[in-house]
Ligand binder design. Structure first.
Ligand SMILES: [Zn+2]
Length: 83
């Protein structure tokens, strides 16, 4: 069985970055990138909810970490190229 996990970012680490650094690291559901200030606001909102990392899927634990998917989520691409 293959389990796929979403990658995420540590909220405390990200919030210590300059706002300009945060620009474009989150893509809105509509496909456009968020400004640095919008990203910072979303990170702070997630931290206020008690998350340690930014939840990026619907299958995460109380800290925000992905619990894994046995069926590949539709937003993922599996790279099978050997390293
Ligand atoms: Zn996930």
């Amino acid at each position: 069985m293959v389990v796929t996990y979403h990658m995420t970012i540590d909220l405390a680490w990200a919030l210590r970055r300059p706002t300009a650094y945060l620009k474009d690291i989150i893509t809105h559901e509509t496909g456009h990138s968020l400004s640095g200030w919008d990203v910072r606001r979303r990170l702070k909102e997630a931290q206020a909810r008690g998350y340690i990392v930014l939840p990026v899927c619907d299958h995460h634990d109380a800290r925000g970490y992905c619990r894994g998917h046995t069926d590949l989520p539709s937003d993922c691409r599996r790279d099978t190229t050997p390293v």
